[in-house]
Design a protein around this ligand. Structure first.
Ligand code: IVH
Length: 678
């Protein structure tokens, strides 16, 4: 290692780290990035490469440290540097006025006006960050207020947490303790819950649980989940620069150091201004990006805070003015199944209308059949509903002690409530779906899919046009697409925004799309679990559509690369009369493809045997090898399984070789393959 190279790397790292830190801050905190993601990635990778080459040059504030693994065997308990206090609550304006009166009395300032800072009371998980000489060294949960858990590795991945304090060249405090709330923004919360429900996991009841759960997750770190957490700072427990006089200046200092501070916070000349913010926040509650459950009023002057002091659990200089509760009791009057755009049936509880947090609630999602059973919700039950910052309220629990008689359990219907086709719940899935591709509830979605790039690729049949045509009743099933040009251009031109030229273009696009390939056609049908790879496997195996449609589950499952879920999905799809009807009609309307040679049943010498190729062969190119195997009746798949007949290994074979040996799959070299082929 040349020392001049080392020095150059050091200089480059010293430039890159602050540069990347600045971009991270612009992106995650200030929401105004000034370079593209790709440019950022390039800089990031350059830094990664330099650090890999010169590990001694890695700086403690390097953004690459954000992606460390958390400990895997529980979190260490660590005492806080000073207790993390809690807040007293008041529920109404009188309570708040009483607090203000007490403050003035205790300060002997009955006749004076006290200034406050009003901040949103964030509904998340409290956390403490410790910076030594400006570098983040520890991150703790609040725990019981005295002892927290060391979640440093997880907190490092939260992008709005600066890894170093930005002190603008000034010396950072030797030790700084910054406190704030870790919250999960509502959009991320909804997305996370959607994913959880799809995966069959119980959704989080609210963003607070989701944030706390994410912070403490040990295993299976989903990095993106941590990255979408937000840390909003509100206090400096240690290391406050000299000369600060107010809480407002504390918030400004935190902002300068690089923290995200709730932008809704205001400096209030008097108590009325606190009440005003509270009302504004309450009115805006539904539209704020994070969940809040009230307003925190803090005496602005730090000197007065000191004079007031604190009780054992909470400071005397601050109070939480809470919003009305988000939970209420009501009765389930019915349960209905709604069909979504993907055909998923969602059970929705119809509730006796009730006020929850200032909004009337009359529906609550029950997500899926498993969820209904887990909560055991039945019609006429009395339930607790809550609005977890979600558009759709949820049922928290059934008040079993109020259940009268023995109401029947609810089951999702066996037929789609929109089109009456049989519903299906595939093995291992939590979602029950309508299996009809022309179900009006899913038609727009399916049409978009059919016209999409990977499917029939119909240029000019975009989302807007599809919506318009479905709403006009012109498209009632997917095959109707290929009747659009039958009546000539006249009809198309009648459509809004469709001129002569685009009508002609669409007509030409339809004609082009009629001539397709079997895999594309299969993709276009929108069969669940049939994407490009599966479509190609099926096409290669059966060669044409009719033998595929005639295949039963066993025949499908016997194909290498097709597991039970896919086999079930495909066979159910073609078992449905409407779906078969659609296939027939699409072909009648001119959709066609060249049949392929089916995988030579009983034909060539390799007769349906499956091969996996790995590494570089000395003479044969991979495509050539594949062609020759297929010509002999074999097929080539990408991964080794029990069904694989041979692994053909060249140089640098990688993990497939080990897998093949483990499964006792025969391994061939090029010569071996050629022998087999002859
Ligand atoms: S100040 C010594 N400010 O609410 C002051 N806390 O119910 C104590 N919280 O433990 C904290 N938003 O986790 C403060 N703007 C805010 C807050 C806030 C949420 C949390 C915090 C605290 C809990 C008390």
């Amino acid at each position: 290692m040349g020392s001049s190279e080392h020095a150059a790397a050091k200089r480059r790292i010293e430039a890159l780290v602050p540069e990347l830190v600045r971009h991270l801050r612009l992106y995650h905190v200030e929401d105004r990035p000034d370079i593209s993601d790709a440019e950022y990635d390039a800089l990031y990778r350059e830094l990664q490469a330099l650090e890999a080459r010169y590990p001694d040059l890695r700086r403690p504030d390097s953004p690459t440290l954000r992606v460390g693994a958390p400990p895997t065997d529980g979190f260490a308990s660590v005492p806080h540097r000073s207790p993390m206090l809690s807040l007293e609550n008041v529920m109404n304006a009188e309570g708040l006025a009483a607090f203000d009166e007490r403050v003035r009395r205790m300060l002997g300032r009955e006749k004076q006006v006290i200034e406050y800072v009003a901040e949103p009371k964030l509904d998340g998980a409290g956390a403490e960050l410790v910076y030594v000489d400006g570098a983040l060294t520890a991150g703790l949960t609040r725990g019981d207020g005295r002892v927290g858990e060391d979640v440093t590795a997880n907190l490092r991945q939260v992008h709005s947490i600066p890894l170093t304090l930005e002190t603008g060249g000034a010396a950072p405090p030797p030790v700084a303790s910054v406190r704030g709330e870790v919250v999960l923004p509502l959009t991320a919360f909804r997305k996370l819950n959607r994913l959880r429900v799809e995966r069959g996991d119980e959704p989080f009841a609210n963003p607070r649980n989701a944030a706390a759960g994410s912070l403490r997750q040990l295993h299976e770190i989903d990095r993106r989940r941590l990255a979408s957490l937000e840390f909003r700072a509100y206090a400096v427990a240690e290391g406050l620069p000299d000369g600060l006089r107010t809480q407002w200046e504390v918030l400004e200092t935190l902002r300068r150091w690089g923290f995200l501070v709730s932008p809704e916070s205001v400096e209030c000349p008097d108590l009325a201004a606190v009440v005003a913010l509270h009302e504004r926040l309450l009115a805006a509650r539904e539209t704020l990006p994070v969940e809040i459950d009230g307003t925190v009023a803090k005496v602005n002057r730090l000197g007065l805070q000191d004079e007031l002091g604190e009780l054992s659990r909470s400071p005397r200089w601050a109070i939480a003015y809470k919003f009305p509760p988000q939970q209420a009791e009501t009765v389930v009057e019915g349960i209905e199944a709604q069909v979504g755009r993907t055909g998923a049936l969602t059970p929705v509880a119809k509730l006796r209308p009730v006020q929850v947090g200032g909004v009337t609630v009359s529906n609550a999602s029950l997500h899926n059949q498993d969820e209904i059973e887990r909560k055991d919700v039945r019609v006429r039950d009395t339930v607790v509903v809550q609005r977890a910052g979600d558009v759709i309220p949820q049922i928290v629990r059934v008040l079993l002690e109020k259940r009268r008689g023995r109401p029947r359990r609810y089951r999702l219907p066996a037929h789609c409530p929109v089109c009456n086709t049989a519903t299906v719940r595939l093995e291992g899935e939590v979602v029950t779906r309508c299996a009809n591709i022309d179900c009006p509830a899913q038609l727009k979605n399916n049409l978009r899919h059919l016209a999409g790039r990977g499917a029939l690729d119909i240029d000019g049949l975009g989302e807007k046009l599809i919506d318009q045509l479905v709403e006009l009743g012109r498209l009632k099933r997917i095959s109707d697409v290929f009747t659009l040009d039958a009546a000539g251009l006249g009809e198309l031109e009648q459509l809004e925004r469709m001129g002569e030229k685009s009508a002609a273009n669409l007509e030409a696009a339809l004609e082009r799309s009629r001539k397709t390939t079997l895999p594309r056609f299969l993709i276009a049908l929108g069969i669940r679990h049939v994407g490009e790879t599966v479509a190609e496997l099926l096409a290669a195996h059966f060669g044409d559509l009719d033998p595929l449609m005639a295949a039963d589950i066993e025949a499908l499952e016997a194909i290498d690369g097709i597991g039970p879920t896919i086999a079930e999905s495909v066979s159910r799809f073609f078992a449905d009369k409407r779906n078969r009807g659609e296939v027939v009609r699409l072909r009648k309307l001119g959709v066609r493809w060249e049949p392929l040679e089916p995988a030579a049943p009983g034909g060539g010498p390799l007769d349906g045997k499956s091969f996996v190729l790995t590494g570089t062969l000395p003479n044969l190119k991979r495509v050539e090898a594949k062609k020759r195997i297929e010509r002999a009746g074999g097929k080539v798949v990408s991964s080794v399984s029990k069904k694989t007949a041979y692994l053909v290994a060249g140089s640098d074979p990688g993990s497939k070789l080990a897998k093949a040996q483990e499964l006792e799959v025969e391994v061939l070299d090029e010569d071996g393959l050629l022998k087999l082929l002859s």
